[in-house]
Design a protein around this ligand. Structure first.
Ligand code: TYD
Ligand code: MG
Length: 498
C-alpha cells in the first residue's frame, strides 16, 4: 500500500481521494487517504481530489441530475428523483499502467463456442439457452417466497459437482441455508457458502476460492465500500451490480443475482440493472398454484421468452418436463365460452385454454377485463367482431381469462378469443376437441402465425381432432387424426360454428 502523504492536510477531511488507475475510492480521513494500487509510487499525480457532491438520482432509470426536478430528464418518469451524496467522478489523469485496448478485425476475433455448464436442472438450462455461459451475469427476479433462493441453491449444488461454486447469502444465515439444503437433500453438495453483504469481500472470496459460479442472494442486500449509501439504495444497487459484472467479465466466472420485485412487478432498482446484465429471468406463478414458470425476458445467449416449468414440492422445485398440456382444465362436457389454443412460449408449443364470459349489463359503460391476454388487443377484437361479424357488444360486459395464470402475448390468441366470445354470447359450446390459433386483422382477415405446423402437431399429439387456423398456416401434408379448417376471413370461421 502506498501512502499519498505530503500534499494532504486536515482540511481535506471532507474530501475523497481517488487513484485514477485503480479507483479504490476510500472515505475521507487523512489516515485512510491511500492508493491501494501496488504498482504505483505515491505521487500526487495519481491522486485526484474531488469534493463530495449532491446529486438527484432517479429510482427508475438510475440517471442523475444536478438539481431536483419533478420529472427525470433521462427517462421521463415523474417524482422519482431523490437526493444522494456521491463522490464526483475522478478527473481523467495520465494513464500509467493499463494499456489502451486496440481495435482488432472482427474476422480475427476468436468467437468459439461459449463455454456452457449444465446446472443439472434441465428446465433451468433450457431457459438459460442450454446452460450457464462462462463470464455471464444473470438476474433472477420474482415475488418474495416464490422460490428464487430454492432454485439457485439447487442449481448451485448441481453445479458444485463439476465446478467451484460460491453462494453468498445476504438474507439468511448459514445455518438457515444448511437447514434448507438438508430438507432438499442437497447437503452432500460441495458449494461454498458465505454470509456476507459486502461486494468487495465476496469478490475477494470468489477469487481466492477460484469460484467459477457465484450466486448473490440478493442484490438488494449488497453494498460496495466505494459508496456511502445504504444497501438497496439506487446508487448502491447500480454500483454493486457494476462491480459484480466487472468481476464476471474479468474472471470468466458466471454470476447469478437474485433480485426482488416491486409491487408493479419489475425488479426493484433502476432499469439500468436489466441493461447491465446478460440475462434477465422472471419467476411467475398463479396465486396459490404450486406451478412456477421461469421466463427469460432478455437473454444475450439464448431465446428470449423461453420458459422453464417447475412445481414447488416438499423437496423443493421439481421440473415439469412436458408441460405442454398442463394448463388445460379438461371439462367433462363442452362448456360455452371456452376454447383451447396453441401458443408458443420460447421454443416450445403450449396448449392453453382461453375463456371468455359475455354478460348482459344495464351500464352504459360496459366492463372489459382481460387476464392473461392484452386488454387493448381484446378491445380491438371486439371492434372487429362488431364491424365484420355484425355483433354489437356494447350492452355486455366482457371478461377474458387464460386458465392457469399463463400470460399469452402473441396475436395467435386473437382467433380463439373471438370464437370464445361468440360462444359465450350465443351460449353455444365449441367442440372440446377443437383448437384454434391465428391473428385477426382489422379488416377481418385471419393472418398466419409462425410455426403453424408445429403447433398443429402438438395439438394432434394431445388428442385434438379439429383445428381452425389461417389459410396460410395450412399444413402441406395432412396431419394424421386432425381435421384442419383453414380460413381466410373471420366470417368463414364463424359460419362454421355459429
Ligand atoms: P424461497 O426460495 O425462500 O423464496 P424466495 O427466495 O423467492 O423468497 O422459497 C420459499 C417458499 O418456498 C416458502 O414459502 C416455502 C416454499 N418451499 C417449499 O414449499 N418446499 C421446499 O422444499 C422449499 C425449500 C421451500
Ligand atoms: Mg430468498
Amino acid at each position: 500500500m502506498s501512502q499519498a502523504a505530503g500534499s494532504i492536510d486536515d482540511s481535506l477531511l471532507f474530501y475523497q481521494a481517488f487513484c485514477v488507475d485503480c479507483e479504490p475510492i476510500r472515505r475521507a480521513g487523512v489516515s485512510e487517504l491511500a492508493c491501494y494500487h501496488p504498482a504505483l509510487p505515491a505521487t500526487p499525480r495519481n491522486v485526484n481530489l474531488a469534493k463530495l457532491h449532491t446529486v438527484f438520482v432517479c429510482s427508475s432509470c438510475g440517471g442523475d441530475s444536478p438539481k431536483w426536478q419533478g420529472q427525470c430528464p433521462e427517462c421521463g418518469a415523474w417524482n422519482t428523483l431523490s437526493q444522494m451524496t456521491q463522490p464526483a467522478r475522478p478527473r481523467p489523469g495520465p494513464r500509467v499502467s493499463r494499456p489502451a485496448a486496440a481495435p482488432r478485425p472482427l474476422a480475427l476475433v476468436q468467437g468459439g463456442p461459449a463455454g456452457r455448464t449444465a446446472t443439472g436442472i434441465e428446465e433451468f438450462d433450457r431457459v438459460l439457452g442450454g446452460g450457464l455461459v462462462a463470464g455471464s451475469v444473470i438476474l433472477l427476479g420474482g415475488d418474495p417466497g416464490i422460490g428464487k433462493s430454492t432454485l439457485l441453491l439447487q442449481a448451485a449444488t448441481g453445479l458444485s459437482g463439476q465446478t467451484a461454486v460460491l453462494y453468498a447469502a445476504g438474507e439468511e444465515s448459514l445455518d438457515q441455508i444448511a437447514m434448507r439444503a438438508d430438507r432438499l437433500g442437497l447437503k452432500a453438495g460441495r458449494a461454498q457458502l458465505i454470509a456476507e453483504t459486502c461486494v468487495e469481500t465476496i469478490v475477494e472470496a470468489a477469487r481466492s476460492s477460484g469460484a467459477r459460479v457465484v450466486v448473490i442472494d440478493s442484490i438488494q442486500t449488497m453494498y460496495t465500500e466505494a459508496l456511502d449509501a445504504s444497501p438497496g439504495a439506487v446508487t448502491q444497487l447500480r454500483d454493486a451490480t457494476a462491480a459484480l459484472v466487472r468481476f464476471a467479465k474479468e474472471s470468466g466466472a458466471a454470476v447469478m443475482l437474485i433480485g426482488h420485485v416491486t409491487r408493479e412487478g419489475t425488479i426493484a432498482g433502476p432499469r439500468v440493472l436489466e441493461h447491465m446484465v446478460d440475462t434477465v429471468l422472471y419467476f411467475e406463478s398463479d396465486n396459490g398454484s404450486r406451478f412456477r414458470i421461469v421466463r427469460a425476458v432478455k437473454n444475450r445467449f439464448g431465446a428470449a421468452n423461453e420458459i422453464g416449468v417447475f412445481a414447488m414440492t416438499e423437496e423443493g422445485l421439481k421440473e415439469v418436463r412436458n408441460p405442454s398440456a398442463m394448463f388445460l382444465s379438461r371439462h367433462p362436457a363442452p362448456v360455452a365460452g371456452s376454447i383451447v389454443t396453441v401458443t408458443r412460449e420460447g421454443t416450445r408449443p403450449l396448449l392453453v385454454e382461453v375463456q371468455v364470459l359475455v354478460d348482459e349489463t344495464p351500464s352504459t359503460n360496459p366492463r372489459r377485463v382481460a387476464v392473461g391476454l392484452d386488454s387493448g388487443r381484446m378491445a380491438l377484437l371486439l371492434a372487429v367482431i362488431h364491424r365484420h361479424a355484425g355483433v354489437a357488444l356494447h350492452n355486455y360486459d366482457v371478461f377474458a381469462n387464460v386458465v392457469g395464470g399463463v400470460r399469452v402475448s402473441e396475436t395467435a390468441a386473437d382467433l380463439p378469443a373471438v370464437l370464445a366470445t361468440l360462444s359465450s354470447l350465443r351460449d353455444r359450446p365449441l367442440p372440446t376437441d377443437l383448437v384454434a390459433f391465428g391473428e385477426v386483422g382489422l379488416s377481418g382477415e385471419i393472418r398466419p402465425v409462425p410455426f403453424g405446423e408445429e403447433r398443429l402437431r402438438e395439438a394432434a399429439k394431445h388428442g385434438f381432432k379439429r383445428a381452425v387456423i389461417a389459410e396460410a398456416n395450412a399444413p402441406k401434408r395432412p396431419i394424421e387424426g386432425l381435421e384442419v379448417l383453414a380460413v381466410r376471413r373471420l366470417p368463414d370461421a364463424l359460419a362454421r360454428y355459429f
